[in-house]
Write a protein that binds this ligand. Sequence first.
Ligand code: F3S
Length: 754
Amino acid sequence: GQTKVQMSAFDKGHSINYQRIEDNLQVVRSRLNRPLTLSEKIVYGHLDNPHEADIRPGASYLKLRPDRVACQDATAQMALLQFMSAGLPTVAVPTTVHCDHLIEAQVGGAKDLARANDINKEVYDFLATATAKYGIGFWKPGSGIIHQIILENYAFPGGLMIGTDSHTPNAGGLGMVAVGVGGADAVDVMADIPWELKCPKRIGVHLTGKISGWTTPKDVILKVAGILTVKGGTGAIIEYFGEGVTSLSCTGMATICNMGAEIGATTSVFPYNERMGQYLDATNRTPIRQYAESFAHNLRPDQNAEYDQVIEINLSELEPHINGPYTPDLATPLSKFAQAVKDNNWPEKLSVGLIGSCTNSSYEDMSRAASIADEAASHGLKAQSGFIVTPGSEQIRATIERDGQMQSLEKAGGVVLANACGPCIGQWDRKDVPKGTKNSIITSYNRNFTGRNDANPATHAFVASPDLVTAMVFGGSLTFNPMKDSLKGADGQEFKFSDPSGKELPPRGYDPGENTYQAPPQDRAAVNVAVDPKSDRLQLLEPFKPWDGKDPQGLPVLIKAKGKCTTDHISAGGPWLKYRGHLENISNNCLIGAINEANGEANKVQNVFTGEWNTVPETAKEYRDKHHTGWVVIGDENYGEGSSREHAALEPRFLGGTAVITRSFARIHETNLKKQGMLPLTFKDAKDYEKVRPDDKVDLIGVKDLKEGSEVTLRLHHKDGKSEDIPLQHTFNAGQITWHRAGSALNHMAKSKK
Ligand code: F3S
């Protein structure tokens, strides 16, 4: 049959590699000798080393070869800067960058976009030129939200992709295993380093019955979130199966997978089915549909495949849900919601309803919302609350403008924003309610943590389907239940909403709208990457220096951190995020949140050479620039937990750090430190943490002979002249030791490619 089906319209010369999955699975099956779930087939089908891989769900680590990488504009900056520092000519797998996070919603689409183009010009110029130089597809501001663009153009059944954004799992709606990662992982894959993932556990969600009426795919995930809670999916892939699946549209399945991020799942995925086929046809990818059909046996679970846990949901009985406030797993069925509002004293008046975002802005979503708005309009009603619409992509915007849904939403009072994240990521210059005022909003988004949308901690944000959000905007109150309550029309007559209805796919096909894509040019050698040396947001990265071949001696302890030290303590967010493309500037936040054991204070440490007290970053710089020495950090338990933010490893390395020695590490941070050429080490006996004094100088004996499983000795030189030796451990494997020797994983990769 077919063997060469292009991965996407934009990826000439890159075809879908189902043969590799088939071959890998043959090896894996002979080793495991048991039926496989869908996610296992896709994940193991992308193993780098199927013969040797240690495959134990929830326990071992896998080395994988993803098919593609996607980055959003906020996280892409440091990822590209790092990739550039390796000096490689081109990315190893098809990669795209999407400008969606940096557009602030103020007045509406075109004006907001123009302002963003102005404010973010240097970042956009950098991304546009760096992507062109290294063979990366670039989606300009206004093109839409990363996950929507991926679904429309790039996702395919059985694929494996990583994206530097937590809602990358959206592509599971097209049967892809798509995982949200940190920039460091993206850089690895772009540089042809295998990607490491903890072998996922498998949670099955068995769908029976048929979805109908006011219940939407969103309600499936709102319900699942209520069952599993925000932690329940951790380390697992959520796999949907059962006869209920085919009653969900492809874009609806994407909504479900998207919001699986809220329960901590590695990702979520659906088996290949005809609804995916229809979506592939509608988005001009019939050859992919045909190829997937011929490979369907590997795009669904084996019979009797076993899951670590199975959840049962009968779609025929599933009620619409509203989740929140402040957490996405507080799920209340619609029939009980009005009472819950009263019991909990949540603000009853609905201030604003927001639909769209990467989670819920399909043609189907917009059509159903428009059907509700039309019905309200036929009774002379306008929105009683603020009403905001964010189309997920230029294609959706153009199509709903052509087909009239946009006009229906606008006529009702809706404000259509730019095709971007906007209020979903807090890019919302909200004016209707002063900060600090208690109020309620309801969105069709995915996340509703405190302050997420409008930076007002008193805002009660609820999450629901776009249908409910739209209906409630006309009710103007959180207690309005469109399934049961009537509204009064302009003519004084009471009416009840009919069930929402809408076309899943545009009958006249999608209108692509304006062309917002920039393909990498043929002649890439001529491209100059635009980084203004005076910029305070962007700075080119120099490769880190290789290790000098000696055991480090006489290193000061920069800080002995006490208690929790998360990636937020190591590299603070908030206003610092502005500098995430400028390592020197963002390094001024290095460890400023960590508590110094010496004085119980944050960001105040003593220079062991001068005795002066100063901030952590300034002291680190003094060690690096005046005393020409490396330094160590001493940390407590689970050091570096939190996010995969690579800045938390880049900054200490940039400021001249040598080693981080802790009771224990959060694994991702530990790996990130190794990638940057640092030495993450742990006390063999956790109690030895107590022996280190903040004014010690230390030697590290055994770095020269670092081997898998070897010990390093920490020699403490106390101020009183005494010294003592403490045994340390490390988790470097042979490959990772070469990273340390070379100065970083990228240095090593660059060397081996030459
Ligand atoms: Fe994230 Fe943007 Fe979606 S902020 S949740 S990708 S709309």
